[in-house]
Design a protein around this ligand. Structure first.
Ligand SMILES: [Zn+2]
Ligand SMILES: [Zn+2]
Length: 350
């Protein structure tokens, strides 16, 4: 059994942490990017969550795990004092660009200054073939992460001025391991007291959801998971696999779509894309059923205050209260964090 926890920071926006130095272990969850899908809005970073674990003296930063690396991840990490060279491992929920395009930036920077290592573990679902016939391959994405820079000649130029850099470019610094398909949570990564489990979940081929367990608490990263039934009629829009993974977890971080984007509304948002995400209301219900204490909405579709989601106009911009209201409507009475970039929660082992 895990010890009891205290949440020492929780809010719906950016926050500072009042920390007391101690050797107690702690788990920190920071939303590095909360943009939902490929659009841009007011500089929000692309989807990503940093989960760190360690002692309070070390700001909970003995182990640094980055789940998804949307655009701007490296900049967001720099705002909270996490250098590119310090990330221990990167996990991908899926390789849609809004979750993955920041890896090239992160790894190029790391190759430039940290070619001596250590390598970064990249953990993701094995190649998966879709019903339409294409294959989603995280392995190939990682293997080719520096290709544009190799073909442009930049790699050769930089190697000529510093031959200590790795000759194959940023991909040489990745240590890729794949898993799945798995219909039950399976351990995919471990280090000391930190265990990461994964399960295959539905959104696009090769999508996975993760759970991190530590002595200070547990967090589930749902990603863009949706229900196995691609469209109604169905009981819920949420993923049964995420629900299994999330049982009695302390924190659930999940991509969210507000019902205003649904086919009953006026936005014209494509129903198949709406249906493959989990709604704010249904995530509230899932969190209540799973016994979650803290629900962190990220990858907000639409963003707070946005007049439109990409090309799809809203009747009115949404507020954080609109998302919290949906969670309550779904029956969730715990803490709701409506993601702004760099919102964070910390759990401490008592
Ligand atoms: Zn996405
Ligand atoms: Zn996606």
């Amino acid at each position: 059994m895990l010890p009891k926890f205290t949440i020492i920071a929780a809010t719906t926006a950016l926050m500072g942490l009042g920390t007391v130095a101690s050797a107690e272990s702690c788990l920190e969850v920071t939303l590095t990017g909360t943009q939902g899908g490929p659009p841009v809005f007011q500089g929000q970073a692309g989807s990503g969550t940093l989960v760190t674990y360690g002692t309070q003296e070390n700001k909970c930063r003995d182990v640094l795990l980055q789940f998804d690396t949307g655009r701007g991840t490296t900049q967001q990490l720099s705002k909270i004092g996490v250098p590119a060279g310090k990330v221990t491992a990167v996990f991908f929920t899926h390789i849609h660009s809004d979750h993955s395009e920041g890896l090239a930036d992160l790894m190029q920077l790391r190759w430039h200054f940290n070619s001596g290592g250590p390598k970064v573990d990249v953990v993701c679902h094995q190649d998966a073939k879709s019903g339409a016939g294409h294959t989603m391959s995280c392995e190939k994405f990682a293997a080719h992460i520096g290709d544009a820079l190799i073909h442009s000649g930049e790699m050769a130029q930089r190697l000529a001025e510093n031959p200590k850099r790795l000759p194959g470019g940023p991909a040489d610094l990745l240590n890729v391991s794949t898993f799945g398909p798995s219909q039950a949570p399976a351990v995919v990564w471990e280090k000391g007291d930190v265990t990461v489990s994964a399960i295959s979940s539905r959104h696009v081929a090769g999508h996975a959801s993760y759970r991190v367990d530590t002595p200070a608490g547990s967090v589930v990263i749902g990603g863009d998971a949706g229900n196995d039934a691609a469209a109604p009629p169905r009981d819920t829009s949420t993923s049964s696999q995420v629900e299994l993974l999330a049982k009695d977890a302390d924190i659930l971080v999940h991509s969210v779509i507000h019902p205003v984007m649904g086919p009953l509304g006026t936005t014209g948002f494509p129903p198949p894309i709406y249906y493959r995400q989990s709604t704010a209301t249904d995530l509230g219900s899932l969190a209540a059923r799973a016994g979650i204490d803290n629900l962190m909405y990220t990858h907000l579709i639409p963003p707070l205050g946005a007049p439109r989601q990409g090309p799809y106009p809203l009747p009115a911009p949404l507020t954080a209260d609109d998302y919290v209201g949906s969670a309550r409507e779904g029956g969730f009475e715990g803490n709701v964090v409506v993601g702004a970039d760099l919102a964070k929660l910390r759990l401490t082992a008592e």
